[in-house]
Write a new protein. Sequence first.
Length: 498
Amino acid sequence: MNGTGGEGAGAADSALASAAGLSSRQRSMALAIVATAMILDLVDMTIINVAVPTLQAQLGASDAEVQWMVAGYSTVFSLLLITGGRLGDIFGYRRAFLIGVAGFTLTSLLCGLAQDPGQLVGARLLQGATAAIMLPQVMSLTQIMYPPHERMAALGLFGILGGLAAVLGPVIGGLILSANLFGLGWRPIFLINLPIGIVALVLAARILPAGRSAGRPRLDMIGTLLVMMLLFALIFPLIQGRDYGWPIWGFMLMACSLPIALILIRHSRARMARDGSALIVPELFHARGFSFGLLTTVAFQTATGGLLFVLTLAMQRGLHLTAAQVGLAHVPYAFGASFAIGLLSRKALPRFGPIIISWGAILMIAGLCALIGLFNALHLMDIAPWLLGLPLLAMGLGMGLVGGPLPPCTLSEVDVGHAGSASGTLKATQQLGSAMGAAAIGTLFFLVQPGESMAAGDAIRAFTVSAIAVSVILAMVGLLALAIPRQLQIRGTSHAKA
């Protein structure tokens, strides 16, 4: 039996029943398909960065327009993630995935055909919206295809490919721009998605398991609006605040998130009591693993988002490394993270449980302390920059020990009927944490070294202060992880029998 059955009544409506009919080979192929979608999103988030000078020269884009091409994608993506996840629960994870991939492919074409900056900004916003439908289904489909005790192996692939995509995205973009394929300039960085998206669509329709949430929830329009308002109030000021000089309206907008959150909680409880189809399912937070997993995720993403931002600044301003050298310096970090997620976490989580998240946080702190010492030594003495690779490798290994187990630990107690809502909430939390990190830690860096000061010593001091703040947040990650239940709820039995 394959995963191509209809999404009508009866057993075919059960996502678990459909997934159980997949052979081992089909599950591997399905995993490769959803991993491809994840890579497309990661690459498209970063590939445009290297094209900024070309877009300004060839398309006549202003600084503000380029900013929206980059940040607009992430903003819309963040706002619609939870809704995109819930659409999978309602209409079926495979169907939502196909809609997302088709939309992402079409909007990539629109990006590549844009004739002016305004058209490209609009296409990028639409691309972010379709990615928000596509990406939550990656985790949801993985959740229904693999029980918790097998899920780390599947997520290990995501970790390896995610690390490679983060490193190779700008490299691929640079090669495409340098090649100037068919004389199209910047356009192929978007058009390259077309053949990949079409192949993914054909294979996904044939291989991915059908079915949806057994409860068949309805779309919660009021909840959707409230969630979008809440995430916009939190994320937009964090993404745009620094560029606007942290205006008062940004802080007022963030303050509005509290009453919006309270209204959302009341609405969700009332909606669940009435028909059980709230966008945010309150009972998800009754599970200690989910609640503390989200708190740990926010802290972790804040630390890593801020760290990667100021690390690049410090390497360029403090150590005077070129852009190419900075890219190469990140390779040990990416390799360590990929190795730890793909192998170490997969082996250690079933044996030791969530405690390995705390071990990873400690390893990251140790590597960061060594990095602080090396930065200060490199600034004062003639020491080879390649020595940075050792602490960066340790930090990457620690990052993998945290980032690998966090998603399965957070989702381990979640009922598969709410897989889409839970996955969307987790992805939105990750985006929020990253935005908070870049804003908060970045602001701290610029307080020590303002933009007009290019003194190398100021940059090193700014990194030292920022790195200490990141270490404190990582210590919080280690402590919060201790509250995640040590014994994961294994649903493998029911999964196998479905």
